[in-house]
Design a binder for this molecule. Structure first.
Ligand SMILES: Nc1ncnc2c1ncn2[C@@H]1O[C@H](COP(=O)(O)OP(=O)(O)OP(=O)(O)O)[C@@H](O)[C@H]1O
Ligand SMILES: [Mg+2]
Length: 191
């Protein structure tokens, strides 16, 4: 399975969720790799650091190999590199906050994804930085309908430990937080 995370909007959480979802699937025994197609190279840097400290064995690749799951982290741009990444993926996740303003600015990314999506591949919105208990967190499906895309049932809450995972890996998360990420990661396979 090849999974691209994208959104032309910067700071939506593409890199953070690539790392977290990859760590979750590694934790359940999958062989996981990441292709970092963002010149900022945050993801490769984080993985190199985690691997050097014995906190992960996720491989950084430049092209897909034979791993169970390969994530592609992408830059906040609708360019040829993203088009190619989408086209070689079986799953494409549009990462967005649930803010209606952010979702509107995700519409152009959605059109781009639909244009490049391979036959049989699936796409959905993965909501990130959801504030638990906030009214908006109860309206996620309605909000996703606005941009006419299916949404993953599991969403990712705004939590400081997710920022620390970039340095400390899976160990930065408590059991409930691990479950949250794991549920989303496993749902991707059932889209
Ligand atoms: N669920 C979350 N909870 C708390 N902080 C988060 C969460 N998701 C992302 N962040 C923080 O938001 C910021 C932007 O996240 P990230 O770098 O993953 O976004 P991005 O989409 O990859 O950005 P870019 O478009 O620049 O590549 C980072 O500081 C990250 O730690
Ligand atoms: Mg990024």
């Amino acid at each position: 399975m090849i999974i691209t995370l994208c959104n032309q909007k910067g700071g939506a959480g593409k890199t953070t969720l690539t790392l977290l979802l990859a760590l979750a699937l590694e934790d359940v025994g999958r062989r996981v790799a990441i292709i970092d197609r963002d010149p900022q190279a945050t993801c490769s840097r984080a993985i190199a650091n985690l691997n050097a400290n014995g906190l992960s064995k996720i491989e950084i690749l430049s092209a897909p190999a034979d791993h169970d799951v390969t994530f592609i982290d992408t830059a906040p741009r609708l360019d040829e590199v993203l088009g190619r990444s989408i086209n070689e993926s079986s799953r494409v996740l549009l990462v967005s906050s649930p803010s209606p303003a952010d979702l509107w600015s995700t519409q152009e990314s959605r059109d781009f994804v639909l244009k490049h999506l391979a036959e049989g591949a699936k796409t959905a919105v993965l909501f990130n930085s959801v504030v638990k208990g906030a009214r908006i967190s109860r309206d996620l499906e309605v909000l996703a309908n606005h941009i006419q895309l299916p949404t993953l049932r599991n969403c990712i809450v705004r939590r400081q430990c997710y920022q620390y995972a970039i340095l400390q890996g899976w160990g930065a998360l408590r059991p409930q937080e691990r479950e949250e990420i794991k549920s989303a990661a496993l749902e991707i396979g059932t889209m």
